[in-house]
Design a protein around this ligand. Structure first.
Ligand code: ZN
Length: 311
């Protein structure tokens, strides 16, 4: 029997409802062992996933303001020029010791969000807001070209940026990529959608930042109206790494070797499970399409193209 949660009502539209045009941006591409993403693939398996690292460009229908959600990864050749990527680059290029997960990754594409924007006739300095889903290296990208943008992160990312949170030390976390003088943390979650804390970013219901805890502190998704009459897109940077996980067909990577060594793709697996359950309810609502950062898209939705609103 369907629970009331399965009949989730998204915020209603109003007269002259504002919305956003949403496009994909190429933030690079990598291949990684399938077991690092999916739980029932054994660590001995040779299966690999070849995945994109997408960013997204969003344009407000009334004000024309431009938002970018996630910056993918920097150009490989720029890594040595980015001091905040030092620990990551060491892990990537340094010792070959066992357990160095970065050694399992190979690069399959060298796109970057900056170039992808320019290809779509948008200059990075025209971007008003950059929302970073979380501080993992394949989402923070290269902030340098976004000279005018306000950077927006979830409240709990602050502890990672200031060094108070232990995850600051992880080689896959890049705590200091956003310019601190232009960074704002979302602390006021004035509403909730589908049980997830939400912030009405422009105050007009066009774009909601959602708190999606469990993967890494401060993780945020974006729920955006794509038309004035009730179509939506849910953009998810990393609470879900593969669509089969969102739909409950497969579990996320959680490998316990029985000797106290656990590899999990999320810092808080129980909380991540709960977040994924709520995201699935949102994804199942009428006229909601879902796009995750690591799932391929059609060429047509890359800027200057866009995701067509669901009818
Ligand atoms: Zn991540």
């Amino acid at each position: 029997m369907p629970s009331s949660e399965n009949h989730i009502a998204l915020p209603p539209h109003v007269a002259n409802q504002a919305y956003m045009d949403v496009s994909a941006l190429d933030g690079g591409r990598l291949s990684c062992p399938a077991w690092t993403i999916i739980g029932d693939v054994p660590k001995t398996s040779n299966e690999r996933f070849n995945i994109p690292l997408l960013g997204f460009h969003l344009r407000h229908s009334v004000s024309g303001k431009r938002v970018v959600y996630d910056l993918g990864m920097p150009r490989l050749e720029d890594l040595p020029k980015l001091p905040e990527f030092e620990a990551f680059a060491k892990g990537l290029l340094g010792n070959k010791s066992e357990g160095n997960l970065l050694k399992l990754i190979s690069y399959e594409g060298h796109g970057c969000v900056e170039d992808s924007l320019r290809k779509g006739w948008v200059q990075p300095e025209e971007v008003d807001v950059v929302v970073i889903s979380h501080l993992h290296w394949d989402h923070v990208g290269d902030a340098r070209p976004f000279t005018k943008a306000e950077f927006v992160l979830g409240a709990e990312a602050k502890g990672i940026m200031t060094g108070e949170d232990p995850h600051t030390q992880s080689p896959v976390v890049v705590p200091t990529s956003a310019p601190t003088e232009r960074t704002r943390f979302i602390v006021n979650w004035e509403t909730s959608i589908g049980g997830l804390k939400a912030h009405d970013f422009f105050g007009d219901g066009s774009m909601y930042v959602l708190d999606i805890p469990g993967h890494l502190k401060g993780n945020v998704a974006i729920l955006v109206r794509t038309s004035s009459d009730g179509s939506w897109i849910l953009l998810i940077g990393d609470a879900v790494h593969h669509m089969s996980i969102l739909h409950g067909e497969r579990g996320f990577a959680h490998h316990d070797d029985g000797h106290g060594n656990i590899f999990c793709i999320h810092v808080d697996p129980d909380m991540a499970r709960e977040t994924i359950r709520k995201l699935k309810v949102l994804a199942d609502a009428p006229r909601v399409q879902v796009q995750i950062a690591h799932e391929d898209v059609d060429k047509e939705v890359h800027l200057p193209g866009k995701f067509e609103p669901l009818a």
